[in-house]
Design a protein around this ligand. Structure first.
Ligand code: HEC
Length: 172
């Protein structure tokens, strides 16, 4: 009888550890297979990068202001919200159409060499590996074309019609 409690405790511990060991792998597997299952053609990595790199915050209208409540079919269709500063007024272009107009090799060159105007995070793009840039390309291309073009860039001093975020002069 004296040995019962430790034995029971050991059994419970073993059961708990066993449960953890059994439960943990499927938790990871569910996350992976959900994305891989939907994008079995290898674009799951690109989808992951788009989601974790914040591309939708600027390239998808309403994404940043609704905590991301925009359906995937509307992702990356560009935004008519202007970003205004000493560089003029920029607009996050429609990437769904952009990636239909460029081949994968050219995309790698653009991502490495192009100097984007603010607030496009060019350094983040350049920091991606070639494989990651390819994954981004394949995912957005696979989403297919959608949406309409964002307004064109306006140089400094040129008036624009729509709403703009004006960057204040940074403190000295
Ligand atoms: C903070 C806002 C912002 C974020 C975040 C952002 N972009 Fe941009 N992006 C812009 C703006 C603004 C431009 C236009 C820049 C210019 O006029 O030079 C742009 C331009 C681009 C272009 C050029 C498209 C064309 O038609 O020439 C590509 C490609 C691009 N972004 C991809 C991305 C990707 C991929 C991500 C995520 C890793 C991303 N962007 C994140 C704002 C953003």
């Amino acid at each position: 009888m004296k040995h019962r409690i430790p034995l029971v405790a050991a059994a419970v511990t073993a059961a708990v550890l066993g449960a953890v060991a059994v439960v943990t792998p499927p938790v990871y597997a569910v996350g992976t297979s959900a994305t891989a299952g939907k994008h079995a053609d290898g674009t799951a990595r690109g989808r992951y990068l788009i989601r974790t790199s914040g591309c939708n915050d600027c390239h998808t209208a309403g994404f940043a202001t609704t905590d991301g409540k925009v359906p995937e079919k509307d992702w990356l269709t560009g935004d008519a919200l202007g970003w205004q500063g000493p560089w003029g007024t920029t607009y996050a272009p429609n990437l769904r159409t952009y990636f239909q107009t460029i081949d994968e090799r050219s995309w790698l060159e653009v991502a490495r060499a192009r100097e984007f105007r603010p607030p496009m995070p060019g350094p983040s793009l350049r920091a991606m590996t070639d494989d990651d840039l390819r994954a981004v390309y394949r995912y957005v291309r696979a989403l297919g074309p959608a949406g309409s073009p964002a307004p064109a860039y306006a140089p400094p001093g040129q008036k624009v019609a729509g709403p703009v975020v004006v960057f204040p002069t940074p403190p000295k």
